[in-house]
Write a protein that binds this ligand. Structure first.
Ligand SMILES: Cc1cc2nc3c(=O)[nH]c(=O)nc-3n(C[C@H](O)[C@H](O)[C@H](O)COP(=O)(O)OP(=O)(O)OC[C@H]3O[C@@H](n4cnc5c(N)ncnc54)[C@H](O)[C@@H]3O)c2cc1C
Length: 387
């Protein structure tokens, strides 16, 4: 049976980032995903925020034009335009971007197991036996450490008895070829309980592609019907005559980062860890930052055998950074009707409201602690321990 230092389940942004870092530092890493290839079944719009673009070397060949303009629409279609003096967002071309990151993982030495489902795992001495399924066949590998980067409903979380997401919204979007609209690239955000109960409907138009989507609590709406309805609103704002390229959908955890993220057998990353802003539902930046933090903690643990090293990756501590966002989400949830939302949007059009909106859309995020840790403990100075 093959044996690895680390098996990572899920080759989304979180799994890819952690696989590259851990393999790059000499660990035997297997990256598994049930998808046959990474350019199918993408479930993110792929909007990267400025802090990710500044702090991580995301290959710019796979990023669309920069976006500086945001428009917010109330339920009665009253519009507030915001403009930043800096490039705030770029939309990733996610299929090619994932493939490029995978190439980096393999170049760093990671084994790639596509079309491979994680079925379960059992303790086997100090290792874990991981049960996989490939093309209908069962296969097992052993690992010293198992990383669950397998999304909102993480099977790894259940098997490792770590925390699980209990609260999520669902998002559904269509991606169209862009048409020159004459205006600058822009994000359009619509507050309307009828099409997006608990979140927003959006149009992300960078000129090359146009994403039209709706999100909300699954108990409160039917995403496909909501998107049908929202498409006609979207046609009044942008040109949707370009070809429909793709449909994307997925669950987005909004309960904040989970408290129990790691134990001596493994840890959770990305959506599996609940690492998504409860307010904006942005999860790509936390994927990148937490992967670095978690990889550092995992590497130190595997090098020393000291489980205390995993304390650096403590969900309870990280969760505190989300406190303000969790509070704003609770307030947003309380605004249960369009009448209240209309009033909230009117407040955003006042001076202080506009500053709050600018802070939410253009401010830096809350994971600076991860950056601090990265600079205190450079990974290149760490060497793997005995396997
Ligand atoms: C419609 C939508 C739009 C979004 N837009 C944005 C945005 O614009 N900007 C932003 O910052 N965030 C956005 N988000 C959130 C963001 O996309 C996620 O937080 C982020 O992509 C999570 O990455 P991940 O690597 O944790 O998980 P994922 O990308 O979900 O990857 C998990 C991987 O695990 C694999 N997997 C799952 N179970 C198994 C198993 N049992 N065996 C093997 N493999 C398995 C899956 O195939 C998948 O490839 C959006 C989310 C949705 C749903």
């Amino acid at each position: 049976m093959e044996s690895y230092d680390v098996v990572i389940v899920g080759a989304g942004l979180a799994g890819l980032q952690s696989a590259r870092i851990l393999a790059g530092h000499g660990l035997q890493v297997a990256l598994v995903d049930r998808k046959p290839s990474l350019d199918v079944a993408v479930h993110t719009t792929g909007i990267f925020v400025r802090q990710s673009l500044e702090d991580f070397a995301i290959p710019s060949a796979h990023l669309g034009p920069a976006i500086r303009h945001v428009s917010i629409y109330s339920p009665a279609a009253r519009r507030l335009d915001l403009e930043s003096s800096q490039d705030e967002f770029r939309i990733g071309r996610m299929g090619p971007l994932y493939e490029r990151l995978l190439k980096d993982c393999r170049a760093a030495g990671a084994d790639w197991l596509p079309g491979t489902g994680f079925v379960g795992c059992e303790e086997e001495g100090s290792s874990t036996r991981v049960r996989l399924r490939i093309a209908g066949q069962s296969r097992s590998v052993t690992t010293r450490f198992l990383i669950g980067a397998d999304g909102t409903n993480s099977r790894v979380a259940r098997r490792l008895r770590l925390s699980e997401n209990r609260r999520w919204i669902v998002g559904l979007e269509e991606v169209y070829e862009g048409r020159a609209s004459g205006g600058p690239p822009r994000l359009h955000c619509f507050f309307d309980r009828r099409v997006a109960p608990g979140y927003i409907a959006w149009i992300a138009d960078d000129g090359d592609t146009v994403h039209v989507g709706v999100g909300g609590y699954p108990q409160r709406f039917q995403p496909a019907l909501a998107l049908d309805r929202f498409r006609s609103t979207a046609r009044e704002v942008v040109d949707l005559s370009g070809a429909l390229i793709e449909r994307r959908a997925g669950r987005i955890p909004v309960g904040g980062i989970l408290p129990r993220l790691a134990n001596s057998r493994g840890l959770l990353l990305g959506d599996a860890a609940g690492a998504v802003s409860p307010l904006t539902a942005g999860g790509l930046d936390p994927c990148l930052r937490l992967a670095e933090l978690a990889a550092t903690a995992a590497f130190r643990f595997l090098s020393s055998g000291d489980v205390a090293e995993l304390a650096a990756y403590d969900g309870r501590r990280l969760r505190k950074r989300y406190r303000a966002r969790r509070m704003l989400r609770a307030i947003y949830d309380l605004a249960g009707s369009n009448v209240l939302l209309e009033a909230g949007c009117a407040a955003l059009r006042t001076g202080p409201g506009r500053r709050l909106a600018e802070r939410i859309f253009f401010g830096r995020g809350a994971f600076d602690g991860a950056t601090e840790l990265r600079s205190r403990v450079p990974l290149r100075d760490l060497r793997p321990g005995p396997t």
